[in-house]
Design a protein around this ligand. Structure first.
Ligand SMILES: Cc1cc2nc3c(=O)[nH]c(=O)nc-3n(C[C@H](O)[C@H](O)[C@H](O)COP(=O)(O)O)c2cc1C
Length: 313
């Protein structure tokens, strides 16, 4: 599975990951209250085309808005609603949503119940191990969530207080496996096929979700799943060009250019390590789409062959 990542897994990225064989892809989190309030960014995050099932992640802190947003998402094509209880960002936890919900399981359950009740489509849950090392309560919440009707649970093997520091604890995810019977997805620091096999073995999970290791390689979940081979240098250059075009079309040129920059940076970082920092910056910050793209594609075509074997491993 491809992990939901705000600012990364927009529709163009998910369409590519899906086409390359990711088992499931999830939207960036959609703020429930903002969606109900008709915010244009929320609607943009909700869009899908050519992806089946269309899995929409919602974040929020009040049962009412979660239920309403779930209804809107389902009415607009969501096949699965995922609830975010993992985001550690202060902007999100400061509003007591994301992983902050894990500090108050009763309140978290009220959101889950409202979401399940609002829609006929399956509801899933993504969370961390707990708020901090002294409050590992993912098994407790997972069990209650399953009783409330949640049909799949993803665990990122870190606490909220770890943010993205340290390493994910794949063994700790097993405590959730022991108390639920719905599918369990394990997540955190999986980059290679060996990692994927190891997290499955240690956690007892049914599936693996990858996030950061797919940045700059939307095909990576498909490669780990054995659905496709790692693309060669010429194919990578073609994918980058296609991705770039998809982003400009999806967002329009001005905003598309801005969003595409970070993806170009990831592609160049992975596949054009020979590029001097100044040249890389010039490509990324070019306001002329054709110039940015031709520079990136040429650099990747030159560099990708060199790193291809290492990356494929
Ligand atoms: C840039 C970024 C944005 C993220 N946005 C979300 C999000 O919107 N919803 C969510 O549940 N998790 C989000 N996450 C967490 C990831 O889904 C995933 O749990 C985490 O990155 C650990 O997996 P990884 O080690 O494979 O990256 C985000 C992570 C990153 C790096």
């Amino acid at each position: 599975m491809l992990a939901p990542m705000s600012g990364v897994t927009d529709l163009p990225f998910r369409q590519l990951a899906w086409r390359f064989g990711a088992g499931l892809v999830v939207t960036e989190m959609v703020a429930s209250r903002e969606l109900v309030g008709n915010a244009s960014e929320s609607w943009s995050r909700l869009k899908s085309s050519g992806i089946d099932p269309h899995m929409v992640q919602l974040a929020g802190r009040e049962a009412y808005w979660m239920g309403e947003a779930a209804r809107i998402a389902a009415d607009n094509g969501a096949d699965v609603i995922d609830i975010n209880m993992g985001c550690p960002a202060k902007k999100v936890t400061g509003g007591y949503s994301g992983s902050a919900l894990m500090r108050d399981p009763d309140h978290a359950l009220s959101l889950i119940e409202a979401t399940v009740k609002a829609v006929d489509v399956p509801v899933t849950l993504k969370m961390r191990l707990g708020w901090d090392e002294n409050s590992i309560n993912a098994p407790f919440i997972a069990k209650r969530a399953q009783e409330a009707g949640v049909q799949m649970i993803t665990i990122h093997g870190r606490t909220r207080m770890q943010f993205y520091n340290g390493i994910a604890d794949w063994d700790a995810i097993r405590a959730v496996r022991d108390v639920i019977s719905v599918p369990l997805v394990a997540n955190g620091d999986v980059a290679t096929r060996d990692d994927a096999n190891e997290i499955l073995r240690r956690s007892g999970a049914d599936a693996v979700m990858i996030g950061r290791s797919s940045q700059g390689r939307p095909w990576h979940a498909g490669v780990l799943a054995g659905a496709v081979e790692h693309p060669d240098a010429a194919e990578i250059a073609d994918i980058v060009a296609e991705h770039y075009g998809m982003m400009l079309e999806f967002y329009g040129t001005d905003i598309g250019l801005r969003h595409a920059r970070k993806h170009l940076g990831w592609y160049l970082g992975r596949f054009a390590p020979q590029l001097a920092a100044q040249e890389k910056a010039a490509i990324m910050t070019s306001t002329e789409p054709a110039t940015a793209l031709s520079g990136a594609v040429a650099a990747i075509a030159a560099g990708a062959g060199l790193v291809e074997q290492k990356d494929a491993a």
